[in-house]
Design a protein around this ligand. Structure first.
Ligand code: PEP
Length: 260
C-alpha cells in the first residue's frame, strides 16, 4: 500500500547567518510557518546556529536539519561533524548538495557512506541529485541521475516504515544550472524528470511502494512567485529552498503554497 505523500519544504541557509542573525530570522518566521498545517517544514542553518535554532523551534512543528556531516561516528577528522553529533540536534541532514560535490569533492561513494550513517543514527537524509548544464545540454540527464541514485543508494537499507508509512529518505532533484541562478527549471520539466526518471530508478532499488511513497522535492531558484506552479505538479512533493529561505517574506509564502 502506498502512502499519501505529505508536502515538505526545507530551507538550506548555506553559509549565511551568525547566531544572532539566525535567532532573529527564526523568531520572525515561526508564526508564519506555524500557521501552515499539513506541510513538513525544516530549517537547515549552519552548524554554529543549530543549537540556538533548535531551542527556538522547541514546541513548534518545525524541524531542524544540518547541511552535511561525516560518516564516521568519531575520530581524527579535524573540522568534521559526526552523524551522532548531528542527531543530538536535528532530525534531518542534507547529503550530497551540488555545492559539496563541486567544491568539496563529494562523490556518489561518500554520499552513499553518509546516507547509511545518517539512517543508522535515526536521521532522515535529504539526498541531493542533479545534472549540470553541460550534461543537460548533452542529453545526459537520465544517465547522470540514475548513476547518482544507484551510486548513492548502494546497499542502503531503509528502516521499517512507521505506522504512517513515511519513507525515511527524501530525494531533492536540484539541477545544478538552476541553483542560485534565478533560472528555475520549468515545473513540467522538473515533474517529468521526477516522474519518468527518479521514481522509476528508486523503484528499481526499493520497489514500487517505496518509490510511490517517497517524498521527492524540486530545488533550484524556488521563490514565492513560482512555488505554487511546482507544487501543483503531481510528482513534486515540495522544495529544497536556498536563497529564498533566508527571507521571511519569501519562505513563508513558499510554505503556504505547499499547503494549498
Ligand atoms: C539550494 O541551495 O539547495 C538551492 C536550491 O538554492 P537556490 O534556491 O538559491 O537556488
Amino acid at each position: 500500500m502506498t502512502t499519501k505523500r505529505i508536502p515538505f519544504v526545507a530551507g538550506n541557509w548555506k553559509m549565511f547567518k551568525t547566531i544572532a542573525e539566525a535567532r532573529q530570522l527564526v523568531s520572525e518566521m515561526i508564526p508564519g510557518l506555524q500557521a501552515v498545517k499539513g506541510v513538513e517544514k525544516v530549517l537547515c542553518p549552519p552548524y554554529t546556529s543549530l543549537l540556538a535554532v533548535k531551542a527556538l523551534l522547541e514546541g513548534t512543528d518545525i524541524g531542524c536539519g544540518a547541511q552535511n556531516m561525516h560518516w564516521e561516528s568519531s575520530g581524527a577528522f579535524t573540522g568534521e561533524i559526526s552523524p551522532n553529533m548531528v542527531a543530538e540536534l536535528c532530525q534531518y541532514v542534507i547529503i550530497g548538495h551540488s555545492e559539496r560535490r563541486t567544491y568539496f569533492g563529494e562523490t556518489d561513494e561518500t554520499v552513499n557512506r553518509k546516507i547509511k550513517a545518517a539512517l543508522i543514527n535515526g536521521l532522515i537524509p535529504i539526498m541531493c541529485i542533479g545534472e549540470t548544464l553541460q550534461e543537460n545540454e548533452a542529453g545526459l540527464t537520465k544517465q547522470v541521475l540514475e548513476k547518482q541514485i544507484t551510486g548513492g543508494l548502494v546497499e542502503v537499507v531503509l528502516p521499517k516504515a512507521n505506522q504512517t508509512g513515511k519513507v525515511n529518505l527524501i530525494i531533492a532533484y536540484e539541477p545544478v544550472w538552476a541553483i542560485g541562478t534565478g533560472k528555475a527549471a520549468t515545473s513540467t520539466g522538473a515533474d517529468s524528470v521526477i516522474g519518468d526518471i527518479i521514481r522509476p530508478a528508486v523503484a528499481k532499488i526499493f520497489g514500487d511502494e517505496v518509490a510511490q511513497s517517497m517524498q521527492i522535492l524540486y530545488g533550484g531558484s524556488v521563490k514565492a512567485s513560482n512555488a505554487q506552479e511546482f507544487f501543483a505538479q503531481p510528482n513534486i512533493d515540495g522544495a529544497l529552498v536556498g536563497g529564498a529561505s533566508l527571507k521571511v517574506e519569501e519562505f513563508v509564502p513558499i510554505v503556504q503554497a505547499a499547503g494549498n
